[in-house]
Write a new protein. Structure first.
Length: 153
């Protein structure tokens, strides 16, 4: 492993422990050249996943895109970084458990909205308004009424 500080190749592992509920390994490393320490994470390599967008273009799966969408939806909401990380992990687990090489973006969007509904209603409505491209106030109000009726049950 190359040192991120001095770029030398002579680093060694000084500590290893499970991370992310045993789905990865956290390794503490030290560089024998400069003496600095750093952390790396090791995860099982999964099947490369291709996302089919609405316009039928294809791109590789990118966790950061889901994270960005959730962060925007949860902006100034009482949702912790840990809750967001757990939500993304749950979504990824469901996506990869489908064991498909290609998946439509709509499947991920709907799954994300379902999870956001349970996490925070306002974040859900924010995400849905962008994802479903609400064109007018009536469409927005229809979605809001669905949330209100679901909470009332």
């Amino acid at each position: 492993m190359k040192c991120p500080f001095c770029s030398k190749d002579n680093t060694r592992v000084i500590d290893s422990r499970p991370a992310d509920e045993n789905t990865s390994i956290r390794r503490r490393r030290v560089c024998d050249s400069c003496g600095k320490r750093f952390t790396t994470y090791e995860k099982v390599e999964t099947i490369p996943l291709i996302i089919i967008k609405k316009d039928n273009n294809r791109e590789t799966y990118n966790r950061a895109k889901i994270e960005t969408g959730i962060l925007k939806a949860c902006h100034k909401r009482p949702v912790s970084a840990q809750q967001i990380s757990r939500l993304i992990d749950e979504i990824e687990t469901e996506i990869f458990n489908m064991e498909q090489k290609e998946i439509h973006a709509e499947v991920i969007g709907e799954l994300l909205m379902k999870k956001l509904t349970d996490l925070d209603a306002v974040a859900y409505v924010r995400f849905a308004s962008v994802y479903r491209e609400f064109k007018d106030v009536e469409t927005f109000m229809d979605e809001l009424n669905k949330v209100l009726h679901a909470e009332g049950e």
